[in-house]
Design a protein around this ligand. Structure first.
Ligand code: N01
Length: 496
């Protein structure tokens, strides 16, 4: 029998992206030094490490896309691009010395609450060998945009050329002169297609649903601005506050007053008209649902790219894929060398949910099978004691920076940990009644939202059609409710 050592820690954090790294920093700062950070990759960054497709960049202004406690005076542009964001996250990890607490190449395959021990038992595969951790508290920082969704298209497995998902880009593959099919027209596709089209012989873009796209008001910072970021106290804080305030106005339109989004729709229509004159193409790229229902995208080069002679937009749908081609529903067969699947992520049906097993022996996937994702304040889930999920149910956003939401959750996490320490809590489980009431409130707030009524399908909704991913409304309201750990909403046990 193989003997596997079990590593005891107070806290295990899974995932070294923005949320897991943030949790690790807060643990360290607050004297919870007995923790480990587990990540299947080789460096910090999570989704910003994994998404290396050409043109990858953030659609939230860079001033707002950093931790408030580690502003980045080095941003070179008003919107950060992937290499720069990735660098920033790694620099922050270095600054706070989190590398020494991190186990790279460590994939969590199973994590189960053990009632007798009042511990999470965490199985990890590392370099082909198995390891186990035993932790009082488990923090999940895996993020919702983590597991690539591969389209289930007839014959896709028989394709003899290359298939690459946008979030698993092969930077050694040269697209020069290649015939390329791109499936999907979401945030990832609209960034990568313009870059690929510059070098490819031909690009067929398969669009199922046209997205709304506003112009991208991106610019390079001048040296004087970077000097000011470094040397003039408060200048970045003021810029952050301004961007934050402007973004919050969008929440108004998304959740309370759809007419507030009319100017956005106008900007999108103008964006189309400026680049596309062909009426047929114009009609194809004009969305047929309310703006904001799916994520509003930002681009200046998407429509000009579609108008290029080496790019075709195909809207007939895909009937099958053969060994060398993509066949659309009208029977047209187009030969390609490579298929790019920019088809998004398993958000509400992540495989991670199968790996986390709670007090009654059921996994998150099983518990959520009927109800959809439900939690309390996006962080705790009834039946999963001492588990805090970062970017959990109903915390996603359509209008501003997720780092703001993550920091709100970090406040809540830290206050929870302090109460565990001060009161000697061994088991903390949110009450079913508190969770139910909270979720009723979320669904009530969503009932008038554009996500609910905008006439689109999106990854914001789960298989049952429920919006279990998004926070409804202003993010400062989430900040307010996560300021203090409200222990009355929890069943707690103490050390005897
Ligand atoms: O994925 P998506 P993404 N056959 O799920 C289509 C963040 N992000 O990677 O709309 C044909 O949005 C699907 O079609 P439809 C951001 O939060 C941010 O682009 O479902 N098509 C859609 O067009 C974003 O929302 C940034 O009809 C299929 C596309 O694939 C999230 O990540 C950059 C299909 C998937 O779009 C995800 O974006 C990148 C099928 N079987 C990502 N299945 C920035 O900050 C799916 N599609 C800029």
């Amino acid at each position: 029998m193989s003997s596997m050592t079990t590593n005891d820690v107070q806290v295990a954090v899974i995932g070294a992206g923005f949320s897991g790294l943030g949790a690790a920093i807060k643990l360290k700062q607050n004297g919870f030094d007995d923790f480990v950070l587990l990540d299947r990759g080789q460096n910090f960054g999570g989704t910003w490490r994994d998404n290396t497709y050409p043109g990858a960049a953030c659609d939230v202004p860079s001033q707002l896309y950093s931790y408030s406690f580690a502003l980045n005076p080095n941003w070179t542009r008003s919107y950060g691009h992937q290499p720069e964001i990735h660098q920033y996250i790694n620099d922050v990890a270095d600054k706070y010395g989190i590398g020494a607490k991190t186990r790279w190449g460590s994939e969590v395959t199973h994590a189960e609450w053990n009632e007798d021990q009042a511990r999470w038992i965490i199985d990890v595969t590392r370099d082909g060998t198995s390891e186990q951790y035993r932790a009082q508290i488990l923090v999940g920082g895996v993020g919702p945009l983590c597991e690539p969704n591969l389209p289930d298209i007839d014959g896709i497995d028989s394709f003899g050329g290359k298939i690459v998902h946008s979030a698993r880009w092969d930077n050694d593959y040269d697209f020069t002169g290649k015939r390329v099919a791109v499936i999907g027209t979401g945030a990832s596709a609209i960034q990568l297609v313009p870059e690929v089209a510059k070098v490819a012989a031909h690009v067929d873009v398969y669009q199922r649903t046209a997205p709304w796209i506003v112009p991208r008001t991106e610019r390079a910072y001048r040296p004087a601005e970077n000097w000011a970021f470094k040397h003039v106290p408060g200048v970045q804080k003021v810029m952050r506050a301004a961007v934050y305030g402007l973004n919050e106005v969008t929440a108004l339109g998304l959740t309370y007053a759809p007419n507030a989004l009319k100017p956005v729709e106008l900007a999108c229509r103008t964006n189309i008209s400026k680049a596309i004159t062909d009426p047929e193409l114009k009609d194809k790229v004009t969305p047929k649902f309310a703006v904001g229902c799916k994520r509003i995208l930002r681009s200046n080069n998407w429509y000009p790219t579609l108008a290029r002679p080496n790019v075709d937009l195909i809207t007939d749908g895909i009937s099958k894929i053969t060994g060398s081609s993509v066949v659309s529903n009208d029977g047209t067969e187009r030969e390609v060398d490579v298929i790019v699947v920019a088809t998004g992520f398993h958000v509400t049906d992540s495989p991670v949910f199968e790996a986390i097993v709670g007090a009654d022996g059921r996994s998150l996937a099983q518990v959520w099978a009927g109800t959809g994702m439900q939690g309390y304040k996006g962080t705790f889930i009834h039946g999963f004691p001492n588990l805090a999920l970062m970017v959990g149910p109903s915390t996603g956003l359509g209008h501003t920076s997720m780092v703001y939401m993550i920091e709100s959750q970090l406040n809540y996490l830290v206050d929870y940990l302090k109460q565990v320490r001060e009161k000697g809590l061994t088991r903390v489980d949110v009450k079913a009644s508190a969770q139910d009431e909270y979720n009723k409130g979320i669904q009530h707030a969503l009932r008038n939202s554009v996500w609910e009524n905008g006439g689109c399908a999106s990854w914001y909704k789960d298989a049952n059609g429920n919006i279990t991913t998004l926070w409804p409304g202003f993010t400062f309201n989430f900040r307010r409710i996560t300021r203090k750990f409200d222990i009355a909403a929890y069943d707690v046990e103490r050390a005897t």
